[in-house]
Design a protein around this ligand. Structure first.
Ligand SMILES: Cc1cc2nc3c(=O)[nH]c(=O)nc-3n(C[C@H](O)[C@H](O)[C@H](O)COP(=O)(O)OP(=O)(O)OC[C@H]3O[C@@H](n4cnc5c(N)ncnc54)[C@H](O)[C@@H]3O)c2cc1C
Length: 544
């Protein structure tokens, strides 16, 4: 298959050159605190997170440019919030296409539409469509600005766990060298060599259904929405999807059946009539990229293997429907970063790292469940599931109760880490979604006369959000050797300009939230009892 960089007209692939590292001239393997294998969207996010926390981490990447071909386009709100905290999101949001409306069609009729973020008052939109190569390029720019190191054309060819750490052999254009580290993060994608090195099984389902993707360049006045068709005239008996991306590039995705011949389907002379049938004869376009994909819904049994951590596609895979692959991977990195930082600084026990496995396996299972359900709906495997699917589709236009049963891909949402051993369960009664384990919701706030957002004030460390006047609590609480910044919502503190903060957090006067460095809720109380907060801190650090 031709490389994307030979085909794409709208994107100039950057080339990152191999440079010899001093490690290659050392008499014995040089030791590093953290090495990351793979500089895809997940490995880069991990590197950036650690770099910004002051943890030295080096990325070893076999390639010399960004993601080849047409892969992730839908970057979800939570992922963008993480990148925003890392200072990487602004150019992505500016370059990408912001959207939140999806339309579901059956044949030629629209069944219904949905809005992924109906409420106002969030800094980051529901979704931004931006090609994966752009995402990675912006992450690389930000990592380089932050002083991070990526070693291009460094392919890790073997991994040996030792009692003290991990030894790697790395191949380069100038031959191999060895290197050691305390912690290894395997972000080397779906075909993970690191997984094979440790001989780890990858369990789950492999689907045979095939989908043809073509990215086309066209000037069109379709709105920035996700359009999904069941059984359209232009692809009878199958499904199809249309998405707008940056640079007037559009993603067209056609279900083509398990028996389709990939080579035939990918011929330009066969793709062009498909596109014309979808868009009409008169719409001018240029083909940018063509590929056929199948997918799997699988994961490793454990994401932590001693000192090796698997993140992103190396740990789990899902179908593209729902945009949960890359988005889930970025959230893995966000979960691991603060834990590794605190353990390496001696502020938390090594067992905190087990909670990476606990929490992200939970999240991966949620993604796999959603992804498998979508696949079953899109490509029913039995006469009974087909009859159910067809009945739901025939009802959905007129009967709103049937719409939630239509599954064209439940779009990526962050997992609420319900039941995590790091959470302190509620003892008081609260309304709303901000339960322990939930990712903190954003809200507009004014601080020192400047309008901003709650999430801009969270992250980096543990934070307390107190619904009461500043002065009622100290601005910072010292616990377990860590400072908890306390944000008071009220007089002289954060001004809840629209009342949405109190509304989303059920923030009655006196309420106190303890929020983790990755912006997930650790615990909440109707009154700030420092003994209870201290115990919750110990739990969130894996000390009890
Ligand atoms: C058609 C399609 C559409 C998709 N759409 C979406 C979407 O809209 N939203 C979404 O969130 N996800 C989507 N995904 C999934 C998304 O592309 C993946 O989940 C994402 O790429 C995972 O990122 P990663 O960094 O874990 O792995 P990768 O992107 O695969 O990166 C792995 C990196 O590791 C490097 N590497 C591999 N082996 C070695 C080695 N031995 N030594 C050194 N380096 C190595 C590779 O060169 C690569 O750079 C889609 C996927 C497909 C196929």
């Amino acid at each position: 298959m031709r490389k994307a960089r030979e085909m794409l007209k709208t994107y100039q692939y950057p080339e990152f050159h191999y440079t010899r590292s001093p490690d290659q001239d050392a008499a014995s393997p040089v030791h590093h605190p953290v090495l990351i294998v793979g500089g895809g969207m997940v490995g880069l996010t991990m590197a950036l997170d650690l770099r910004l926390k002051g943890v030295p981490a080096i990325v070893l990447e076999q390639g010399e440019t960004v993601s080849d071909g047409s892969r992730s386009i839908c970057q979800a709100k939570r992922t963008l919030e993480i990148w925003d905290r890392q200072g990487a999101a602004a150019p992505m949001i500016e370059k990408g296409i912001t959207w939140k409306i999806g339309r579901v069609r059956h044949g030629n009729r629209e069944l219904y539409s949905f809005d992924l973020l109906p409420e106002e008052g969030h800094k980051i939109p529901a979704f931004v469509n931006l090609q994966q190569y752009w995402v990675e390029e912006y992450l690389i720019d930000r990592l380089s600005e932050a002083g991070g190191e990526i070693r291009w054309r460094n392919k890790v060819i073997s991994l040996t766990p030792t009692p003290e750490g991990v030894t790697l052999e790395v191949d380069t254009p100038e031959g191999p060298y060895a290197v050691t580290c305390d912690y290894l993060i395997a972000a080397d994608g779906a075909r993970s060599q690191m997984r094979r090195e440790l001989d780890l099984p990858f369990k789950g389902q492999v689907f045979n259904d095939k989908f043809l993707i073509t990215d086309i360049e066209m000037q069109a006045d379709f709105p920035s929405e996700r359009w999904f068709w069941f059984d359209p005239d232009f692809n009878p008996g199958q499904s199809a999807l249309l998405h707008r991306q940056a640079d007037n590039v559009w993603r067209l995705d056609f279900q083509i059946g398990a028996d389709a011949d990939n080579e035939e389907e990918m011929k330009r002379e066969n793709v062009i009539p498909r596109v014309k049938a979808m868009l009409g004869e008169k719409t001018p376009f240029e083909l940018e990229w063509i590929s056929v994909y199948t997918f799997q819904c699988r994961r490793l049994e454990k994401f932590r293997q001693g000192r090796v951590f698997f993140i992103g596609d190396a740990a789990h895979q899902v179908s593209p429907f729902g945009a949960r692959g890359g988005n889930g991977g970025v959230q893995d990195a966000d979960n691991l970063g603060w834990k590794l930082d605190l353990v390496m600084r001696g502020l938390a026990p090594g067992s905190l790292l087990d909670s990476y496995d606990e929490e992200r396996v939970f999240a991966a299972d949620e993604n796999i469940l959603n992804s498998t359900r979508s696949t079953d709906f899109l490509t029913p495997k039995t006469p009974v599931s087909r009859a159910f699917r067809d009945a739901v589709l025939s009802l959905a236009e007129d009967c709103p109760f049937a719409r939630p049963l239509v599954n064209s891909g439940r779009l990526s949402l962050p997992a609420t880490l319900r039941g995590s051993s790091l959470n302190t369960p509620d003892e008081d009664v609260f309304a709303g979604a901000m339960e322990p384990g939930a990712p903190a919701a954003d809200a507009p706030v004014r601080h020192k006369g400047r309008q901003g957002w709650l999430l801009d004030h969270l992250g980096g460390g543990f934070t307390g959000v107190f619904f009461g006047d500043s002065g009622a609590l100290p601005a910072s609480l010292e616990m377990e050797g860590l400072a908890i910044d306390v944000l008071a919502v009220g007089q002289n503190g954060l001004e809840d300009t629209k009342g949405w903060l109190a509304n989303r957090y059920d923030g009655q006067p006196g309420t106190f939230y303890l929020i983790r460095p990755d912006q997930h809720i650790a615990g909440r109380w109707r009154h700030c009892d420092q003994v209870k907060v201290h115990e919750a801190m110990r739990r969130a650090l894996g000390k009890i």
